[in-house]
Ligand binder design. Structure first.
Ligand SMILES: Cc1cc2nc3c(=O)[nH]c(=O)nc-3n(C[C@H](O)[C@H](O)[C@H](O)COP(=O)(O)O)c2cc1C
Length: 299
């Protein structure tokens, strides 16, 4: 159902990953049979236009663009996307209600990511095409409810198709998501350990060696919870939280540390966002193999 709707081979969506899922990565994902998604975090409107053009030049298949509504320039990016018309737009990290109808009128499929059953209900009333429910297991910014709690409670509440995110890394976890009533899955962490992913090799190696208890959540006391790999950086940040660090300082430290991890491969002092099911990921593989394995697809 999801694959027919989005015209993709496998019922999977690549989770947007700030500074990682660029135009080329999103095109690789789409070419491998699922929906590639460009993350626009920290991009100017001109950079978003360039990224959409580049992705179009690298794939003839559908792809999506993510807008985090916490971004200061999200309104300008939304205006640009209405003109650029990617096939799919994915709104996250804020209140999407004012924007859904604009995308619908422009014939752009609009998906919303949330971890709130209440917001899912409101968004459904505004006719978002599908809702992506992201559980506590996920890498990156998280809520408090797990995927196993969120999916069935949303499926029982709204009629819109629901996509599961958070903790889906292999055939078992994917099957579990379908069993809970989801029509497909959005995956992030598993794709960091793909050959095509443009993060520093050290990030990938740390991820495939990580075990069940190796992630932690920083920023809870500031209302900015982020799940990432436990290291010197998270230890330092948890200490700063005890000393009442302010949000602005927090954000500048996390932004710098994220770049240190992705670009410099600093696994001690960098922020490596990854989800709780890292302990199930042991190998770096080509995207196509990952998608086939997850969905148990036989050629
Ligand atoms: C490194 C990283 C960066 C992320 N950046 C974004 C982002 O920019 N926008 C967004 O909506 N979600 C972001 N997410 C969440 C993913 O899109 C996806 O929902 C999540 O990874 C799913 O859980 P999983 O990691 O267990 O697969 C990010 C996740 C990770 C791991």
């Amino acid at each position: 159902m999801l694959h027919n709707y989005l015209q993709i081979k496998y019922p999977l969506i690549q989770g947007a990953m700030a500074l990682i899922s660029d135009a080329t990565f999103a095109a690789h994902v789409s070419n491998a049979g699922t929906l590639g998604v460009i993350a626009t975090t920290n991009m100017s409107v001109a950079e978003v236009k360039q990224a959409v053009d580049l992705c179009r030049s690298q794939t003839s298949l559908p792809f999506g663009v993510n807008v985090m509504l916490s971004q200061v320039n999200h309104k300008e990016i939304i205006t640009a996307l209405l003109a650029l018309r990617p096939q799919v737009v994915i709104l996250s990290a804020g209140n999407p209600k004012p924007y859904i109808q604009h995308f619908k009128k422009a014939n752009i499929i609009v998906l919303v990511v949330t971890n709130s059953v209440t917001l899912a209900k409101h968004v459904a009333q505004k006719h978002a095409d599908m809702i992506i429910m992201e559980g506590f297991e996920a890498g990156g910014h998280v809520g408090e409810m797990t995927t196993i709690s969120l999916i069935p409670q949303v499926v029982d509440t709204i009629d819109n198709p629901t996509i599961a995110a958070g903790g889906i890394v292999d055939a078992r976890t994917f099957k579990a998501a379908l069993g809970l009533g989801a029509v497909g899955a959005q995956i992030g962490t598993r794709l960091i350990a793909s050959q095509e992913c443009p993060v520093h090799e050290n990030y990938k190696q740390t991820l495939i060696k990580a075990k069940a208890h190796d992630t932690t959540i920083i920023g809870r006391t500031l209302g900015l919870p982020i799940r990432c790999y436990k290291n010197n950086f998270t230890h330092h940040m948890l200490n700063l939280e005890k000393q009442s660090i302010n949000k602005k300082m927090w954000q500048s430290l996390t932004t710098a540390a994220y770049q240190r991890a992705i670009i410099d491969g600093d696994t001690d002092n960098g922020m490596m966002m990854m989800g709780q099911n890292v302990g199930l990921i042991h190998k770096i593989k080509p995207l196509h193999d990952i998608f086939k394995e997850l969905t148990n697809h036989k050629e």
